[in-house]
Each structure stands twice: as C-alpha cells, then as structure tokens.
Write a protein that binds this ligand. Structure first.
Ligand code: CXF
Ligand code: ZN
Length: 367
C-alpha cells in the first residue's frame, strides 16, 4: 500500500515528505493508521545525527492510531483497537523484561530502525528500503510495527492527547515518579522546559514536591512552566542557573535536579545545583559521541548521585493507561501541552518553531 511519510535522507538537511510503499505486516506485526504524532526534540536529533540513524529513516516516535490489519500470530490486538506507540519493543521474556525494566528490553539491540527480524517494511520509489525511527515511524500516515511496540487504550480517549503519552509525558512524569521516586515535600529543579521538561514539572506536582524550580533561557517556556506547576523560575539567559537555584533554596541546593536538555554543560549544572547527597537525573538525550565530566573527589565527598532515566523507567502497558486515567481525573494536563497543530508537510516548520521555543508540543494531525 501507499503511505506519505517524513523521511530524513541527509543529516542536517530539510526533511522530505514523500509517498512510500509499505508492505503488509509479517508475523507478530500490526498495521496502524496514524492519527497524531507529536514533534519531539529527539526527532530533530535524528536529523542532526545527535541520535544516530543511517539515512534514510522515517521520523516520529510519539504517536497514536488505530489498528487496520494484524499479522499472523497476533492475539492481543484486533482491527479497530486504539493504540499508543511505544518507542521500545517489549519482548516480555528477556532478563530486563523479567526484572520489569521493560524500557531496557534487550531487543533494543536489533540494528537501529529495522523491525525485529532485521528487515525493512517501507520502500521509496527507487526501491530503496527506508528505516523506521525507534521501529515505529509515527510521521507516516500508516506504519507496520511489532506488536511489542503497542499499548492498547480505551477508545474514548482522544488519539491526539494519547499520542503525547507515547514519549514526552511518560518520559517526563516517569523520570520523577519511577526513576527518581521523588518524595513529598522535596525540592526539585527542572533544566529545560520543553515538551519533556514540562512533564517532569507535572511529575513533581504529582509527587507533591514543595518547591519546583523551572530553569530555561526562553521566557515563553518559563511561562508554560508556571502553568504546569513550577513554583519558581530561573531565566538562565539572565542569571547563572546554579546560583539562581541555590539562592531560591537558601544556599543548600535542591533534593533533585532533572536535566532535560541533553547537554554536558547543563548536566554539570544539574550536578552543581543539588544538595549534598542529592540526586541529578539525566533525562535529555546527549549527542551520542559526547561525554560529561564532574569533579570526581567532590562527587565522593558530597555523596551526590547522578542517574540516567530512559523513557521514564516505564512499563508502557502499565504506565500509559495510568497516565491517561490521571488525565481523566484532572490530575494531568494534556490539552495544555498542545500548542500548535501541523500537517505532515509542515514538519520542517514544526522543527523551526520547536527550536525557537514557540511550542510546549507541536502535533502533526493526520486525516
Ligand atoms: C528518544 C530516545 C531514543 C529513541 C527515540 C526516543 N527519547 C525521547 O525522545
Ligand atoms: Zn521523544
């Protein structure tokens, strides 16, 4: 069948929207009609090569849609089911899945962008195979994905709101609740208040943190942060982020700092702004070739902790429905995340708006 998709053909060049051929789902795979795809900074990181994929690759890893066809052996899903796409495949029986560390499933090792059997499902008009970001490719009208990447949801949810749970919401809220397990009354700083950072702020609200300090260089994003529950803001374009946070915490530093940018300098700042024995949580995806450094002796003598958080340490099929319930109960903001809608053809504009700090989340809507 034919499908239109946003394809990265060359790093650091505009994304191409074109018609591709999509083959039928094989065993344990499913054909999904995409309803909505969020535009996440990680999509742009694939374009820049910070998250490395060989070209060509279809972008998009935050989405929701409706099942149109199921391959042989699929028993848990039916045509018509509404699903969120998970950007990790959950095999259910590797050692990490058995430890309930589903987002660290060992199937992640399959070469990037291929389906689990190491082959393509999408082809362009020249007959070249096209990879799928995170094995999903939500920036395509249709996608064939492993059933292991699907989370079934109740049909009454709007697929547009549900799409956001596929990455930003789960990554941000999960970093606070699952990875760091922030305690009530804690002080929290969030560095970077884009789509994921705002959800870390929501997570801190859900955790009953007392002080939630948003740090960013864009005033508009700090305004978003306040509506999502930040109690204080630090504009790092005006003052030093570490000094700003220290001042607000009367010199001590915060219990938890979440770095949601993916930059070695802001990781260092996150480390510097936590109190002794506090925890810096790295959520942002740093360029795959970059490293960060911290003073090693100070690390020991201050008993600070630095931990990574991938996909909010989530179990997609457990956590995503729970997050949607919180939305229904009015405890989680999803509508407010959606700043602007785009058509697939506007993907390059959506990236430009994201870089300009215009959006909490931009969302591509399919017909
Ligand atoms: C990324 C991590 C790498 C795969 C795609 C999603 N996380 C958040 O955006
Ligand atoms: Zn993402």
């Amino acid at each position: 069948m034919k499908t239109r998709a946003a394809v990265m053909y060359e790093h650091n060049q505009p994304v191409v929207v074109e018609e591709l051929e999509l083959v039928e789902p094989k065993a344990n795979e499913v054909l999904v009609r995409t309803a909505a795809s969020g535009v996440c900074h990680s999509d742009l990181s694939v374009v820049t090569g910070a998250i490395y994929y060989d070209a060509a690759v279809i972008l998009g890893h935050e989405g929701a849609g409706v099942i149109e066809q199921v391959g042989e052996g699929v028993t848990d899903f039916q045509v018509g089911d509404h699903v969120i796409l998970s950007f990790v495949s959950y095999c259910g029986n590797c050692r990490m899945c058995e430890m309930e560390k589903v987002c660290l499933c060992e199937s992640y090792d399959v070469p990037r962008g291929f389906l689990l059997d190491g082959t393509y499902r999408f082809y362009n008009s020249s007959g070249d195979g096209i990879l799928q970001m995170a094995r999903v490719a939500t920036m395509s009208e249709y996608m064939v994905v492993p059933e292991q990447n699907l989370v079934k949801i109740d049909q009454h949810y709007s697929l547009e709101q549900a799409a956001l749970v596929g990455c930003g919401v789960t990554t941000g809220v999960g970093a606070v609740l699952n990875t760091a397990k922030v305690e009530p009354g804690s002080s929290v700083a969030v560095i970077g208040t884009g789509g994921v950072g705002l959800n870390a702020i929501q997570g801190a609200v859900l955790a009953d943190a007392e002080q939630i300090i948003a740090v960013d260089i864009a005033e508009k994003k700090l305004d978003f942060a306040k509506t999502f529950g930040a109690t204080d803001v630090v504009n790092a374009a005006e003052i030093d982020a570490v000094e700003g946070v220290r001042e607000i915490t009367k010199g001590l530093g915060v219990d938890y700092a979440f770095e949601v940018i993916g930059n070695p300098d802001t990781i260092r700042q996150a480390y510097q702004m936590v109190r002794p024995a506090g925890t810096a949580v790295i959520v942002g995806m740093v360029h795959h070739e970059k490293e960060f450094s911290i003073p090693a002796q100070h690390f020991v003598s201050s008993e600070r902790r630095i931990i990574g958080s991938f996909y909010g340490s989530c179990q997609p099929r457990v956590d995503m429905p729970k997050l949607l319930s919180l939305y229904t109960e009015g405890k989680l903001k999803l509508d407010e995340l959606i700043t602007r809608h785009y058509r697939l053809e506007q993907i390059n504009d959506a990236f430009a708006d994201m870089e300009a700090g215009e959006n909490a989340r931009g969302v591509i809507i399919f017909n």
